[in-house]
Design a protein around this ligand. Structure first.
Ligand code: LLP
Length: 385
C-alpha cells in the first residue's frame, strides 16, 4: 500500500487532531498553475473560501496571484496576507453594506454582482464615497457540472447570478448608473468538476453570449470563468496535482476571447486540497459483531465533508505496516453521521496509531466548527514543525 510521506516522529509531539500542509506540494502545484496560466496570460484569483489559513494565504499571495473573496472578512484576510487589492474580486449573493464599504475603501479590482438590488445598493454606497465601483455581472449559464447537487451552482434553479435572458436589461441598467462601471462577465458552474467537457460547454455558452452582447454594441474587458476544477480524491499519492495543463489549454482553445480581453479564473480546491491532510489519533479500536471500528479523535467538526456531502477521503494508517483489515473510521461526535468512511482498508490498527485523512486541504480546516465545544483544529505547515 503506497502512503503519503509524513514526518511521524514530529507528529508525535503535536496534539491531535491537526491539519498538516505539505508546502513542497503546494509550491509544486503553484508552479504548475503559474506556468500553464501564464502561457495564455490568464489571471488566477485563488478562491480564499477553500482555505483561509493565513500561512497558506501568504504562500499563495507571495506568488503574485489574485484572490477571489466571498465576504468582507475574506477581503480583509486576503489583504492582510499580501494579496494586492487590485487583484481581488468579491462575489456572493448577500454582500452587506459593511462588506461593500470595506471593499470600496480598499479599491478592490471588482465586485461580482449577483442581483439588481445589490447593483442599486452598490451604486448608492459608491456614490456616497465619490467612487466608481467596477463590476462584473455574474451570469448563471445553466450548465450542468455533473457534480454533487450541493456544489452545483450554474443551473437555473440555483440562487446564484442573473439568468442569461435578463442580461440585456441589466446591462442597460448599469449604463444608467453613475457610480458603476461594467468591466466584465462572471461565471461559475460548480465545484469538484472532473469532466472537463462541462467547461467546454461553458465556453460555448460564453461565446454565444459574447456575440449577442457585441451585437448590442457593448465591449467587455474581462471574462471570469470561476473555479471548479476537481481533484483526485481516490489517488492523492499518484495524482497529487490536477491537470492544469489541459484546464488552461481548454479555455485558450474553446473560448473566443476578443482582442485585448482578459480571462480570469478562481481555482480553490485544485490549488490546496492535495497538500493538506487531517492527522488524527486512534482513541479506541472497538470490535463489534461483524465490524470493527477505529474511533478517532477527529470528528465531523474538524472535517465535515464526508458527513455533509458523503464525500470520499482516502484514509491511511501512517503508524502501522501490519496486515490490511477493514474498519469503519468514526469520530467521537454525538451524531450518527460522524463517520469518515466505512469498511476502510487500513494496516492493522491499534489505540494510539496516527491516521492521515487525505486531500483535506480544501474545505477542511475552514469549515471546522466548535460543536460539542471542541477545540478548533490547528493547521501546521511542513516547514514549521
Ligand atoms: N468561484 C466561485 C464563485 C465559487 O462559488 C467557488 C466555490 C469557487 C470559485 C472555487 O471553487 P473550487 O475551485 O474550489 O471548486 N464546500 C464544498 C465546495 C463549495 C464550493 C463553493 N464555491 C466542498 O467541500 O466540496
Amino acid at each position: 500500500m503506497i502512503k503519503g510521506k509524513f514526518p511521524i516522529d514530529k507528529f508525535k509531539k503535536i496534539e491531535t487532531p491537526f491539519y498538516y500542509y505539505d508546502v513542497a506540494l503546494l509550491n509544486e502545484t503553484l508552479n504548475l498553475v503559474e506556468q500553464e496560466s501564464s502561457k495564455y496570460g490568464f489571471m488566477v484569483h485563488y478562491a480564499v473560501k477553500a482555505n483561509a489559513n493565513p500561512k497558506i494565504l501568504k504562500l499563495i499571495a507571495e506568488r503574485g496571484f489574485g484572490a477571489d473573496c466571498v465576504s468582507g472578512n475574506e477581503v480583509q484576510a486576503a489583504i492582510d496576507a499580501g494579496f494586492p487589492a487590485s487583484k481581488i474580486v468579491f462575489a456572493g449573493v448577500g454582500k452587506t453594506d459593511r462588506e461593500i464599504n470595506l471593499a470600496l475603501d480598499h479599491n478592490i479590482f471588482c465586485f461580482n454582482v449577483e442581483s439588481i438590488p445589490e447593483l442599486e445598493v452598490l451604486n448608492e454606497l459608491a456614490k456616497s464615497k465619490g467612487k466608481i465601483a467596477s463590476i462584473e455581472l455574474r451570469i448563471n449559464p445553466n450548465v450542468d457540472a455533473h457534480t454533487h447537487h450541493y456544489i452545483t451552482t450554474g443551473l437555473n434553479e440555483n440562487k446564484f447570478g442573473f439568468s442569461m435572458d435578463d442580461l440585456k436589461s441589466v446591462i442597460e441598467m448599469t449604463r444608467s448608473m453613475t457610480n458603476i462601471e461594467l468591466i466584465g462577465l462572471h461565471f461559475h458552474i460548480g465545484s469538484q468538476i472532473t469532466d472537463l467537457n462541462a467547461f467546454e460547454t461553458l465556453c460555448a455558452k460564453i461565446n454565444e453570449l459574447q456575440d449577442e452582447v457585441e451585437s448590442w454594441g457593448i465591449y467587455l474587458k474581462n471574462i471570469n470563468v470561476g473555479g471548479g476544477l476537481g481533484i483526485n480524491y481516490e489517488h492523492p499519492n499518484h495524482i497529487p496535482i490536477p491537470d492544469f495543463e489541459s484546464y488552461f489549454r481548454l479555455f485558450s482553445k474553446h473560448l473566443k476571447l476578443r482582442a485585448g480581453q482578459h480571462l480570469h479564473c478562481e481555482p480553490g480546491r485544485s490549488i490546496v486540497a492535495q497538500c493538506g491532510s487531517l492527522i488524527t489519533k486512534v482513541t479506541y479500536v472497538k470490535k463489534g459483531g461483524t465490524k470493527q471500528f477505529a474511533i478517532v479523535d477527529a470528528g465531523m467538526t474538524d472535517l465535515i465533508r464526508p458527513a455533509l456531502y458523503e464525500a470520499y477521503h482516502r484514509i491511511e494508517n501512517i503508524s502501522s505496516q501490519g496486515e490490511i483489515e477493514k474498519y469503519d473510521v468514526v469520530g467521537p461526535i454525538c451524531e450518527s453521521s460522524d463517520v469518515f468512511n466505512k469498511d476502510v482498508e487500513l494496516n492493522s490498527t491499534q489505540r494510539g496509531d496516527l491516521l492521515a485523512i487525505r486531500s483535506a486541504g480544501a474545505y477542511g480546516e475552514i469549515m471546522a466548527s466548535r460543536y460539542n465545544l471542541r477545540r478548533l483544529p490547528i493547521g501546521y505547515l511542513s516547514t514549521e514543525i
